[in-house]
Design a binder for this molecule. Structure first.
Ligand code: ZN
Length: 396
């Protein structure tokens, strides 16, 4: 009688747990599961700007071209590209003088981007017009002498040196907490970016990466209208900055393959490799192992500042090479993909990459669920997790 009662209690407890967490658990089940380990390097902030980027782009191209996955494809780095750079400030008009990637001052950088793209190892993605909203930067320059000095200093100007709030190009970060930009300003800016992109690269931008990962519905609608289909996210969305300058609490969680209300498909980039800040490869390799168990691609964020500019070191490049070599050694079936190629494969449910059978899908679902805050601990304490692991273990 007592064992029967205990079993009934346990079953009730597990049911309660599964019902309580049904939404995220169901979302994890719907998220596609990859058959092979996939590693994607994502590097933002390249494009119009200092010519010092050129040797860095060439070095990255060489490093990537020397490494191949099991299918014979070279390593790939997607580049979050900005299309315009500051050339000066007109103090009388209070306006910035800007150049775009179409202008001769940026010709060498554009040539290096195109060279890497033609070699199949550098893949441009839309990161923004500039890494700031020009009207907001001009406004900030009227009240902040450091910003004004940056606007007029001799080249090279690295946008990484601007206050973070000004690097968020889709909000008014001239003051904190940040203000909103009007939807018309956002729509005009992104429409112009789409035109420039088509001019430069011959097709609409397909993947966008919001600057500093702060964006809103107006931006999503404008990206969709410009031809963007996939949006790189950190797994959640912030739409503004707080008084302390930090991004506000997320208003939305994003899973890979999830369609936004504007029709874009979210992808998740949540592994960080910034060797110039001391990030080591062991942490990245651990994250890669977790993503593989979860049946997810490992999108690794590694910004321009590691490879070009005042904080760049040759050690960053060496570490990147070591990371790729070690990932290939540990996972011989590893695939190098671009973010767009991943998006297309997921959308088409490409059977070469996306698992359809129950066993791999359940194993990935369980690995994802264990990582869910609190659920993993409660499932362990209640004995649900060992039971689920047993079920998954006997499946083919
Ligand atoms: Zn950026």
């Amino acid at each position: 009688m007592i064992p029967g009662l205990l079993v009934a209690l346990l079953m009730a407890c597990w049911t309660l747990l599964l019902v309580w967490y049904r939404r995220p658990l169901h979302a994890f089940w719907r998220e596609p599961v990859l058959k092979h380990p996939v590693l994607i390097l994502e590097s933002d902030d390249w494009g119009a700007g200092p010519a010092e980027q050129v040797p860095a782009l060439r070095a990255l191209q060489e490093l990537l071209s020397a490494r191949h996955d099991a299918a014979g494809n070279p390593a790939v780095m997607t580049l979050g590209v900005v299309l315009a750079a500051i050339e000066g400030l007109n103090p009388e008009e209070g306006r910035l003088q800007m150049s775009t990637l179409r202008d001769s001052v940026n010709a060498e950088v554009l040539a290096a981007l195109r060279h890497g793209e033609a070699a199949g190892v550098l893949v441009p993605q839309l990161h923004g017009f500039a890494h700031f909203e020009p009207s907001v930067l001009a406004k900030a320059a009227t009240v902040d002498p450091a910003v004004a000095a940056w606007c007029v200093e001799a080249a090279p100007r690295w946008t990484e040196d601007l206050p973070s709030s000004l690097q968020s190009a889709l909000i008014d970060g001239a003051g904190l907490p940040s203000g909103e930009l009007s939807p018309a300003v956002i729509a005009d800016s992104i429409a112009r970016q789409g035109e420039l992109w088509r001019d430069l690269f011959g097709s609409p931008p397909r993947v966008a990466v919001p600057t500093t990962f702060i964006w809103n519905d107006a931006a999503e609608a404008a990206w969709g209208a410009a031809g963007v289909r996939w949006l790189v996210t950190p797994g959640h969305r912030a739409t503004r900055r707080e008084r302390d300058g930090n991004p506000a609490r997320p208003d939305r969680r994003c899973l890979t393959g999830q369609r936004s209300p504007a029709g874009l498909v979210y992808l998740v980039r949540d592994v960080y490799f910034e060797p110039a800040r001391g990030h080591g490869i062991s942490t990245v390799l651990l994250a890669l192992a977790t993503r593989i168990a979860e049946g997810r691609a490992c999108l690794i964020e590694t910004h321009r500042f590691n490879y070009a500019g005042p904080h760049a070191t040759s050690q960053s490049l060496d570490s990147l090479g070591t990371l790729l070599d070690e990932a290939l050694r540990q996972y011989p079936s590893l695939r190098f993909l671009s973010t767009e190629a991943l998006g297309r494969a997921l959308e088409a449910r490409d059977p070469a990459l996306v698992a359809g059978s129950l066993g791999p899908r359940l194993r990935a679902w369980l690995a994802r669920s264990v990582g869910l805050p609190r659920f993993g601990r409660l499932a362990t304490l209640s004995g649900l997790l060992p039971v689920l692991r047993g079920i998954v273990w006997v499946l083919p």
